[in-house]
Write a protein that binds this ligand. Sequence first.
Ligand SMILES: NC(=O)CC[C@H](N)C(=O)O
Length: 380
Amino acid sequence: MTTSTRGAVKTPAVLVLEDGRIFRGRAYGAVGETFGEAVFSTGMTGYQETLTDPSYHRQVVVMTAPHVGNTGVNDEDMESKRIWVSGYVVRDPARVPSSWRSRRTLDEELDAQGVVGISGIDTRALTRHLRERGAMRVGIFSGGAVQDDAALLARVQEAPQMKGANLSAEVATTEPYVVPAIGEKKFTVAAVDLGIKGMTPHRMAERGIEVHVLPATATVEDVYAVNPDGVFFSNGPGDPATADHPVSVMQGVLERGTPLFGICFGNQILGRALGFGTFKLKYGHRGINQPVQDRTTGKVEVTAHNHGFAVDAPLDQVSETPFGRAEVSHVCLNDNVVEGLQLLDRPAFSVQYHPEAAAGPHDAAYLFDRFVKLMEGQRA
Ligand SMILES: NC(=O)CC[C@H](N)C(=O)O
């Protein structure tokens, strides 16, 4: 086949980090150039869900698992309608996928969606570099995009930063839509889409919730127009410090005391709505085996993460906020980062990680049940 732009076999490619470190490999997926924030994910499975998670918009994902693409690409595991990562970095891509569900190779899929990648580089060395120096901007160049290294570095250094990026509107739905309850309908939830993953409304639908997914620009009036029993704020890309609009909508929901649940970006927005700050982590949490403790029960769960920012809230004291008392409900056992918040005087809570578990372990599924319980309490 000579018609594809796919660089699979021999086209050289170069990865340039903003601090001048350079890795040389081969093109993977589309040939061309791309820029983004270099981040690493430690998940050994679930690459299809990672690629299609809108929270990865503008990020170049480095896979620490050395062998990627083994199970090809299927038509069932997409978390949204397209791949969102801006670039993809792998050590040793599988050339022959093997799964009864596989429809095409990962290489073909990346090419078809115009996602520039690189393979054949030492992803372990790259990950150690990012862990020591922190997440930073990166460019991948192949084919006609390759120039001398100094010129490429200058272009990487001109690319936009993740800090200060306001990206939800670039990935969220522009039109509201409804995900019907599976079985008997028990509740209606308004879900503000800041970059929602497909599995999230599905997990709610499985519990008898009819989910009205609303654009990121939805107002408090839009939220209450669906007459919700509960309100949900989704995951999403970008810097939570820029999310002023969803913060003010959430404050409107907290004022009314409607049951509220947030995931990831939604947790950061709850943090801000309560008056806490957010900050950028050095290299973030991305993977599917992160240990988190639920401090309300003492139980430890193994969880899926994808976040580069975190909430700055005191771990060991109850905080007084404009919406009553709040506390840190969950904490990451690797580094003590805030992984969840709960209000003590209102029915509202959130987690920084991914209980929808796509991909990842299902330990945190109880959080959707907690949301249902809050809505039941509200009706009683
Ligand atoms: N998955 C998410 O919602 C990520 C939230 C935010 N963009 C972060 O990087 O921390």
